[in-house]
Design a protein around this ligand. Structure first.
Ligand SMILES: Cc1cc2nc3c(=O)[nH]c(=O)nc-3n(C[C@H](O)[C@H](O)[C@H](O)COP(=O)(O)OP(=O)(O)OC[C@H]3O[C@@H](n4cnc5c(N)ncnc54)[C@H](O)[C@@H]3O)c2cc1C
Length: 397
């Protein structure tokens, strides 16, 4: 039987960052990453907006606020140090209606509390920064950047392997048993024994927790985020990121424009319920997973609370015209024909029994295991800081 000091379940950016942080502290120890897919970073970590978030949105003092700032600095250093794609394109968050102005001011206050370098700008300055954007006022974040998290995952994996870590691809964890002095992971390639484990399984993190006998108070509900790529004609309409003013009642930021670090630009993501944990299209339906989602009281409470918003999101998903209309609130010149097909992503959003969306990162322990149970955006930005934080937690047991 394979034996190791630490097992990471999940080769997404969080699992890889935890492995890196462990080897930073204990360079002579043995580490194994177990990933069910043939490559690292194929799910959330490789299907997202690639934004290096600056820390505007998060409740001061929360894990998100603390780890996003630290993580963004570490990620910038990592990408620049390793020559990975990094583009400091800046960002504007735009208020397009008078009713959004007070929310924009609140966001500015919050961003300053979180230590973000940003300022409010008037219409005329918005036009200088983003000539095609429309708005009454905006928050300008000059340091905001985009990266390529799939490339980051590939580089982290490469470095881990050169430090002696084993990355088992195509190796799904089927079950987990706790023994008095170890924990055993049953996998397709046989059992792997470890002193400790960390669950970084993203969309399946609650299932891995259940294998360890935990009954988390929350369940992962998958929300798909759909994107379009901008045609080469429309790419020139944006210089940096253009976001709407978010509604703090909703967890997602609203469709926005994002340049990509390697050239080109995208828009999205919306947020629609996925019919499978890895349901990247409406036709990806997994009946057992749907039943699991629908049997959770939180799903129904969520629908009751956000029903009309959810319906509007579904309409935008089914109608490109409706999607375009949402984008035109930010950039009126954008046309339906400028939007080209692009892969979607699915967010692992943890939802409590009463329908509350868990906002902050969330962890739980079981015997010899630490479970990362909610790592939504900005967890890719924050990943290197999350890795260090989680390893400190693991070592303090
Ligand atoms: C649409 C979208 C847009 C986003 N935009 C941004 C953004 O711009 N900036 C940002 O910072 N964050 C963003 N995020 C969030 C970010 O992508 C995630 O927070 C981050 O990738 C989570 O990483 P992870 O490693 O926890 O999960 P994942 O990347 O999902 O990794 C989990 C891994 O576990 C593996 N796994 C699952 N079950 C098993 C098993 N039984 N055995 C073995 N392996 C298993 C999976 O195959 C997967 O590779 C976005 C997310 C989405 C979906």
């Amino acid at each position: 039987m394979e034996k190791t000091d630490l097992v990471l379940v999940g080769g997404g950016i969080v699992g890889l960052a935890c492995a890196r942080a462990y080897l930073e502290l204990f360079p002579t120890s043995t580490v194994a990453v177990l990933e069910k897919e043939p490559e690292v970073g194929l799910h959330q970590s490789g299907r997202n907006s690639n934004v290096l978030h600056s820390g505007l949105y998060y409740k001061p003092g929360s894990y998100k606020a603390k780890l996003c700032r630290k993580g963004a600095l570490a990620m910038k250093e990592f990408c620049q140090g390793e020559n990975l794609p990094y583009l400091e394109c800046g960002k504007v968050v735009v208020a397009t209606k008078a009713s959004e102005l007070s929310r924009l001011h609140d966001l500015h206050e919050r961003a300053l509390t979180n230590g973000v370098n940003c300022r409010l700008i008037e219409k005329a300055e918005l036009k200088e920064i983003e000539p095609q954007a429309t708005g009454l006022k905006a928050l300008h974040v000059p340091e905001a950047a985009v990266v390529d998290y799939k490339e980051v995952c590939n580089e982290l994996a490469r470095q881990l392997q050169s430090q002696g870590a084993q990355i088992f691809l195509g190796t799904a964890v089927k079950d987990i048993q706790s023994e008095p002095d170890s924990i055993v992971f049953d996998t397709e390639i046989g059992p792997i024994k470890a002193k400790q484990g960390i669950n970084c399984a993203g969309l399946y993190s609650d299932k891995i927790a259940a294998m360890c006998g935990l009954k988390p108070k929350a369940r992962v509900i998958p929300f798909r985020g759909e994107y379009f790529a901008l045609s080469s004609k429309a790419e020139g309409m944006i210089r940096g990121m253009i976001y709407p003013t978010p509604n703090p009642r909703f967890p997602f930021l609203g469709v926005h424009f994002t340049p990509t670090a390697m050239g080109g630009a995208e828009c999205g993501p919306n947020a629609v319920p996925a019919l499978a944990r890895e349901g990247y299209r409406w036709r990806d339906i997994h009946l057992r997973e749907c039943a699991h989602i629908l049997s959770w009281p939180g799903t129904w409470a969520l629908l009751a609370r956000y029903g009309p918003t959810a319906l509007a999101e579904v309409a935008r998903s089914l109608s490109k015209s409706a999607f375009t209309k949402a984008l035109q609130k930010l950039v009126p010149a954008i046309q339906k024909g400028d939007l080209l097909l692009h892969p979607s992503g699915v967010r692992a959003q943890t939802v409590l029994r009463n329908g509350t969306l868990v906002d902050d990162f969330m962890w739980m322990r079981s015997n010899r295991m630490l479970h990362v149970l909610n790592a939504p955006s900005p967890a890719a930005t924050a990943s290197l800081a999350i890795g260090r934080f989680v390893i400190q937690k693991v070592c303090s047991t």
